[in-house]
Every structure is written in structure tokens, then in C-alpha cells.
Design a protein around this ligand. Structure first.
Ligand code: ATP
Ligand code: MG
Length: 467
């Protein structure tokens, strides 16, 4: 990649032979094929050229003064392991040629060879190379998706989260992930790491909330033997363990002022000392932080250092609460249901519309985690009605959220349709509430509504509300 799509890709070929006439013939046959060609008269000369431009294909003589073709093969593959190498062998050196193939050569051409034979061998070698590269590309893309694949959701809010993750993941920047509890902050931190060049190095999570004040520093920075009573051995801190990888500072809003100061220093200077130690340790760890607190407000209250905030908040990824992306619920529901069905060996069955409807009307204060826990219980106990009870407790609240949800949907409709939908919803809510209030007494309900009993009756029928 990096090569612009509009420019045609020209494979590069390096020819190596100590006989000028052979070089000349090779070039005469291959140049018209449209390759970019360079020539070297010995292996040493070839190394120079290869280092500045790792060729796609090398065609080399086997026996030359200086390094042989076999040694050249090994050295070339050290620099660029996917280079294609074709050896030209003299009569009687087949066993060496086989050896070369074992060492990674693509093929060999016994002298004398026909021009067409040369052309075809070269073409095949380059085809193989481009297939390999495509494969590699596909694998990389798959890996990229693997990081994102665990995150479910297709709402607009989540789309922009994905977009940010894919753009920020590979860049070595500090990221601050914000969002309410249970919105998937840790999942996002993991995805960022798995998209980064550090993906094969450690991803170390530190939960700043779970550690008591006096432990958090030793946890982060480690300590030397004898640093305090009980420090029997040296202990490495999380920053040190995360060297060349990623350190995920979770619940960063819970850090004490003293710890904040130390963490700030690491971010600024990329170095620290173990507790009780006097030599400075450099560390190369990418920092990702997360919090469900409003750090700006914490700053205003003097609880969080502003300078630390700016260090962490280079890129901010904010996860919207589930109630603002209710359209993700069906997807999440299916993903969780399938997961738990597999885990508990249950048969996957679709949920009832009624159940789905109830899920869509709830405000989900515990966000995706709450939904996941609910689905787990429902699958284990095979009982959808489990949710009814808990949802009733939030009825008032869910009605409000429901309105907000309706409004979001309304904005994608024509005015007339939207008005009708909203009116219907309002009427339904009004009359349902009215009947509740009047405890099912129709005369009382009619009195409150200021309607004739008969009209109320008709209205309820129209709205399909049972008295
Ligand atoms: N979009 C999502 N797709 C699939 N699973 C999700 C999604 N969001 C969250 N989860 C799951 O919900 C649970 C909570 O997510 P996570 O721990 O990442 O949330 P959090 O934002 O870190 O919450 P807290 O602030 O409470 O630590 C996890 O089990 C996670 O796998
Ligand atoms: Mg978390």
C-alpha cells in the first residue's frame, strides 16, 4: 500500500550474475514484460541495491565470485522474507537447487533455458507474491475486525465510536474513554490496543478504583526490596510490565491527588522510579484511560488535576448511554442470547415481541452490562417475565425515556405522519393513565377527562385499550 491506486504497480526485479552477457540477455527478455529492472555483477553489489530497494524478485546465478547465489538468497530473505528468488543453475547442480528451494527460493532455472520458460517462471513468481500480499492484507483486516467484532451495535452513536477506534487505534496517541458505567469502555480500550502496532505486547489494566490509596503507587510503579516493611522482594509496577504495550488506567477519576501527580510525571517524562528506589526507569507504554465521571466537573471541584486531564484527553471517545441508542437493543439482545445459549447449552429461540417492546421502553441505568445480565438470567431460567417485575420499578422513568426515543424516530418522518404517531402515542398513554388513576371506574374516568362516558368508551375501543 502507500502506492496510490491510480498509479499502476510495477514489480521490481534484480538480476545478479557475474557474466555481463547473461545480465544482458535476462534484461532483454524481461524488460518488455514491463518490470522495473536493476542489475548487479556480484552478491555484494546486490546487497547494496537490495537494501535501498527490497526488490519483489531476485534472479541470481548460483556460482559467482564472492558470496554464492545460495548465500545471497539467505541474506535477501533476511531483509525481505517475502521476496521471490529464482536461481539459475548449471548442469549438474540440481541438488544445490533443491537445497535452495528448501531455504526459501521460489524456483530454479537450469541452464540453458528458453526465453518463454524464463518469462513464465517470473510471471508465476510475481503472481504468487501478490497473492501472498493480498492474503496478508486480508489477515490484517480480519485482525482489525477481531478487535471491533466484540463490540455490538449499529446505531449512529456507535458508528462514530467505531470510526474513532479505527482511526485512533493504530496511531500511538493517548485516549480518554468516557461514558456511564456499563457502556463498554473496557471493550473499546481492548479494541484500540488490538488495532495498534503494540497488539502483540501486553495490555495491562489497572483499576484505580479497586486499589486503596496506599497500594496504588506500588501497583503502578513497583517497589524495591526493603522499600517498606513487607517488601521482601522487588516488585515490578504495572507501567514497567506494560513496556512496549498499552496500560489501561481504568476509573481514572478515582485517583488520589498524590497519585495523579505521579502519573502526570510519567506521561510527561516517560520515566519513573520504583518506590524505595533511586534510579530512574524509562518506560514506553501507550496510555488509555477511562472514567464514568465528568472530569471537567471534578476539575472545577478541585478533585482532578487539570494538567493531567489535558495529557489524557488527547483524543476523547465518548460512549453514549444505551437509552440514547435503543435501536442497538435488538442486536445486543441477539448477540447476548446466542452467547448465553451456547454457554448454558440451551436452544436459541427468538424472544417475543412483547418482551422486546418492554426492553425498548426501559431506561437502562446500568447500560449494556444491565442488559447482558438480564439476558443471562432470562436464558438460564427460560423466563421472559423476569423483566416485567424489574421494569415496573422504573415505570415513571421509562415513560420519559420512551418519549425521548419516540422523538428520535419522529425526526426521520414526514411532519404529518410524525404528528399522527405522536398523537396516537399521547392518546394511548393518556387514556391508559386515566384508567389507572380511576382504578378502572369508567364514570370516574369520564369525569376526570371531561368526556361523555360513551365517547370515552369509543375512544378506548379505537385505541384498543381494555377497560
Ligand atoms: N457494545 C457492546 N457490545 C457487546 N458487549 C458490550 C457492549 N458494551 C458493553 N458490553 C459488555 O457489557 C459489559 C460492560 O462493559 P464494560 O466493562 O466495557 O463497561 P464499562 O464502560 O467499562 O463499565 P464500568 O464503568 O462500570 O467499568 C461487558 O461484559 C461488555 O462485554
Ligand atoms: Mg470498566
Amino acid at each position: 500500500m502507500g502506492k496510490s491506486a491510480s498509479r499502476k504497480y510495477v514489480p521490481s526485479v534484480l538480476l545478479v550474475d557475474d557474466e555481463a552477457s547473461v545480465l544482458y540477455t535476462l534484461e532483454a527478455v524481461l524488460k518488455p514484460e514491463g518490470y522495473q529492472i536493476a542489475k548487479a555483477s556480484c552478491a555484494e553489489n546486490a546487497y547494496e541495491l537490495f537494501k535501498s530497494d527490497p526488490f519483489d524478485l531476485v534472479i541470481t546465478d548460483l556460482t559467482m565470485p564472492g558470496d554464492s547465489g545460495l548465500v545471497l538468497l539467505e541474506n535477501v530473505l533476511k531483509i525481505r522474507p517475502d521476496s521471490m528468488v529464482i536461481l539459475i543453475t548449471a548442469y549438474g547442480s540440481e541438488s544445490i537447487a533443491v537445497d535452495a528451494m528448501k531455504k526459501g527460493a521460489y524456483d530454479y532455472l537450469p541452464k540453458p533455458f528458453a526465453n518463454d520458460e524464463l518469462k513464465i517462471t517470473v510471471r508465476r513468481a510475481l503472481e504468487k507474491l501478490s497473492l501472498r500480499q493480498e492474503n496478508q492484507l486480508l489477515k490484517e483486516r480480519l485482525n482489525e475486525r477481531a478487535g471491533l467484532a466484540s463490540i455490538v451495535g449499529a446505531s449512529e452513536g456507535m458508528q462514530s465510536v467505531y470510526d474513532l477506534i479505527t482511526r485512533v487505534g493504530p496511531a500511538d496517541v493517548t485516549v480518554l474513554i468516557t461514558g456511564e458505567s456499563g457502556t463498554g469502555k473496557e471493550l473499546v480500550a481492548n479494541a484500540i490496543h488490538s488495532l495498534s502496532p503494540r497488539k502483540n505486547s501486553p495490555f495491562i489494566r489497572v483499576n484505580c478504583a479497586a486499589l486503596p490509596e496506599n497500594l496504588i503507587e506500588s501497583e503502578l510503579f513497583g517497589y524495591e526490596k526493603g522499600a517498606f516493611t513487607g517488601a521482601i522482594n522487588r516488585k515490578l509496577g504495572k507501567f514497567e510490565i506494560a513496556h512496549q504495550g498499552t496500560i489501561f488506567l481504568d476509573e481514572i477519576g478515582e485517583m488520589s491527588p498524590a497519585t495523579q501527580t505521579k502519573v502526570l510525571r510519567i506521561l510527561q517524562e516517560r520515566e519513573f522510579e520504583r518506590l524505595g528506589g533511586n534510579h530512574t526507569i524509562s518506560v514506553d507504554a501507550r496510555v488509555i484511560a477511562a472514567t464514568n465521571r465528568d472530569l471537567q466537573a471534578e476539575i472545577a471541584n478541585g478533585k482532578f488535576r487539570e494538567d493531567l486531564f489535558y495529557r489524557l484527553n488527547v483524543i476523547n471517545i465518548h460512549l453514549p448511554p444505551l437509552r440514547e441508542r435503543l435501536s442497538d437493543i435488538p442486536l445486543l439482545l441477539e448477540a447476548f442470547a446466542r452467547k448465553f445459549c451456547e454457554k448454558f447449552s440451551k436452544k436459541y429461540e427468538k424472544f417475543s415481541d412483547d418482551f422486546m417492546g418492554r426492553l425498548m421502553q426501559y431506561s437502562w441505568p446500568g447500560n449494556v452490562r444491565e442488559l447482558q445480565n438480564l439476558i443471562e438470567r432470562v436464558i438460564i431460567l427460560e423466563d421472559e417475565s423476569l423483566f416485567q417485575n424489574s421494569s415496573n420499578r422504573f415505570n415513571m422513568r421509562s415513560k420519559l425515556e420512551n418519549e425521548q426515543f419516540i422523538e428520535e424516530g419522529l425526526l426521520s418522518m414526514h411532519y404529518k405522519d410524525a404528528k399522527e404517531v405522536l398523537l396516537k402515542t399521547f392518546e394511548k398513554k393518556y387514556f391508559e393513565g386515566l384508567l389507572d388513576k380511576a382504578a378502572g371506574n369508567m364514570s370516574e374516568a369520564a369525569r376526570i377527562a371531561g368526556m361523555h362516558r360513551k365517547n370515552l368508551y369509543l375512544k378506548l375501543k379505537e385505541l384498543e385499550i381494555k377497560e
